[in-house]
Design a protein. Structure first.
Length: 265
């Protein structure tokens, strides 16, 4: 059984590792007796600690492990979500200095910006009823960072507690006339120094990126939170995370629509 005291102690340790940029070597096993709900309580407790000074805040969310082949092997009952900090929201063309991240990788994702608060009373939402709350969609990239000493030992609950490797949300160009596109059919891919690493369709994101967004809205409500106007949402990757071999230029491209790029020094 994971108690409130356990969660508070773990939250302090996770927050400290994030601030000092040290490796997390204590989480695997720490949540062995906990539930997925406990893992989210821990995630929210870390949010509170890292935003307490007012120098940073949760400015959005990400959806992770959108396919059974991704969440079942790590012991989760379904997809997961995690917070995105304001400090991690960056424009296309951003540069990450050497040493800013440890084991880093990229994912190709549709990013949604929420135009107005998503009321709890409207739940459950689906991909059609969530549309009026969307201000814009963007070609995006998630930068992920493996902060674990041995990620193979980190189950889904551990990954939820540590934001599912979230490091940055890179905002590329807006997707023009997105309402008329078949977002399940768009093709996304990631490249490193011009070499394609992985690719996949929007259907890999829970069948449709807006289905993922609606799922997130419903899950947040179930946890006592809501999507708010101005929030940005990484809806999920079109392919598994691609960890990079070293420095260079990474590109996330939605073919025929637009691309997002970053440089790792």
């Amino acid at each position: 059984m994971t108690t409130d005291a356990d969660i508070a102690a773990l939250a302090e340790k996770i927050a400290a590792t994030r601030q000092s940029k040290t490796t997390i070597d204590f989480l695997p096993g720490a949540l062995a007796d906990g539930t997925e709900a406990d893992a989210y309580k821990l995630q929210f407790a870390v949010h509170a600690r890292l935003s307490a000074s007012g120098s940073d805040r949760i400015a959005g969310w990400k959806v992770a492990a959108t396919l059974p082949a991704q969440y079942q092997p790590i012991g989760l009952s379904g997809p997961a979500f995690a917070g995105v900090y304001q400090s991690g929201i960056k424009p296309s063309g951003a540069v990450f200095p050497k040493g800013a991240l440890r084991k880093y990788g990229v994912e190709c994702e549709v990013v949604a910006r929420i135009g107005r608060d998503v009321a709890a009373g409207g739940a459950p939402y689906d991909r059609e009823s969530i549309k009026p709350f969307i201000d814009a969609l963007f070609c995006g990239m998630e930068v992920v960072e493996n902060r674990f000493a041995d990620i193979a030992k980190a189950d889904g609950k551990c990954r939820i507690a540590d934001e599912f490797l979230q490091a940055a949300c890179i905002m590329g160009p807006p997707i023009a006339d997105w309402q008329s596109l078949d977002l399940a059919a768009i093709q996304g891919r990631s490249l490193h120094d011009g070499k394609e690493l992985a690719s996949g369709p929007g259907a890999n994101v829970m069948g449709h990126p807006l289905a993922s967004l609606a799922w997130l809205a419903n899950q947040l409500i179930a946890h006592g939170k809501t999507l708010r106007a101005g929030d940005v949402v990484l809806t999920g990757s079109t392919h598994p995370p691609q960890f990079l071999p070293g420095p260079g230029v990474a590109v996330a491209e939605f073919i025929g629509i637009g691309e997002t790029r970053v440089t790792f020094e």
